[in-house]
Design a protein around this ligand. Structure first.
Ligand code: IPE
Ligand code: IPE
Ligand code: MG
Length: 246
């Protein structure tokens, strides 16, 4: 098995595509902004639930590289909400020993947001509780292309040979290197797609799709996903274990 792949009934690393904020708001006759604000609140609660459930790492997809295509006012609102949420949550996360990291392309963020992110990472860098990874301006294809370019540059500089490039070498420079791969992906909002999330890292993750809209997600839905996960037989290409063979 590759880096961190496990048969444990409990996932070490859960990744979440938090989808459905806009529909939640529309269903209530509210502006999309209200759905996003509610979504941020739910993210706070899920971080607490994940810690209680003994999950080691939680990766939340907050803004994809494609979400820049949304109307300017919504993009601005999401960036602003992110900055305000980091500021509001940081002390509490730190007090709860959460280590916060961000993955994604930071080059398009305002200096204010980029600084807030860097400060949050350095303040929590020595914490050894839940590892909370927020994917912002993240795209799975961006991550793979970035790594490929780094390796090509290393070869061009004579620091490594083409033959040295293998899966573990490639993996070592991906955004999630250093963490176990996600065992479980949860997507709320009813769509059964990856939307350019962790294309490399989800190769053997169990995929849980629920119609629940993100602002309605809670500890009960999380517990349902964890129960479902515990019933999976993860084969990683092998044949079934003898006891489980039918
Ligand atoms: C997810 O909710 C939040 C982000 C993508 C930033 P959406 O905003 O995509 O909500 P729907 O899919 O329109 O309901
Ligand atoms: C995926 O949701 C991205 C995030 C949750 C941040 P989208 O709403 O952007 O996905 P699509 O456009 O429906 O595939
Ligand atoms: Mg959506």
């Amino acid at each position: 098995m590759a880096r961190g792949e496990t048969q444990d009934p409990k996932p070490r690393h859960v990744a979440v595509i938090m989808d459905g904020n806009g529909r939640w708001a529309r269903n209530r006759g509210l502006p999309r902004a209200a759905g996003h604000r509610r979504g941020a609140k739910v993210a706070h609660e899920v971080v607490e639930s994940a810690s209680r459930a003994g999950i080691e790492a939680l990766t939340l997809f907050a803004f994809s590289s494609e979400n820049w295509r949304r109307p300017t006012h919504e993009v601005r609102l999401l960036m602003d909400l992110l900055r305000r949420t980091i500021r509001k949550e940081l002390a509490g996360l730190d007090a709860n020993d959460v280590r916060l990291s961000f993955i994604g392309d930071r080059s398009r963020f305002s200096a204010a947001l980029a600084n807030e992110m860097a400060a949050a990472e350095s303040r929590t860098a020595d914490n050894d509780g839940l590892r909370l990874i927020i994917a912002v301006d993240y795209g799975g294809r961006w991550d793979i292309v970035r790594r490929a370019r780094d390796l090509a540059a290393a070869v061009q500089a004579g620091d490594m040979t083409v033959d040295e490039i293998d899966e573990s070498q490639f993996s070592a420079g991906m955004s999630l290197s250093g963490w176990p791969v996600p065992d479980l992906l949860i997507r709320t909002g009813g769509e059964c797609r990856i939307s350019n999330f962790l294309l490399w890292d989800l190769a053997y993750s169990e995929l849980f799709f629920t119609d629940v809209l993100w602002p309605d997600f809670d500890e009960t839905v999380l517990a349902g996903a964890l129960d479902w996960f515990a019933g999976r037989e993860r084969r990683f290409g092998l044949v079934a274990a003898p006891a489980a063979r039918r």
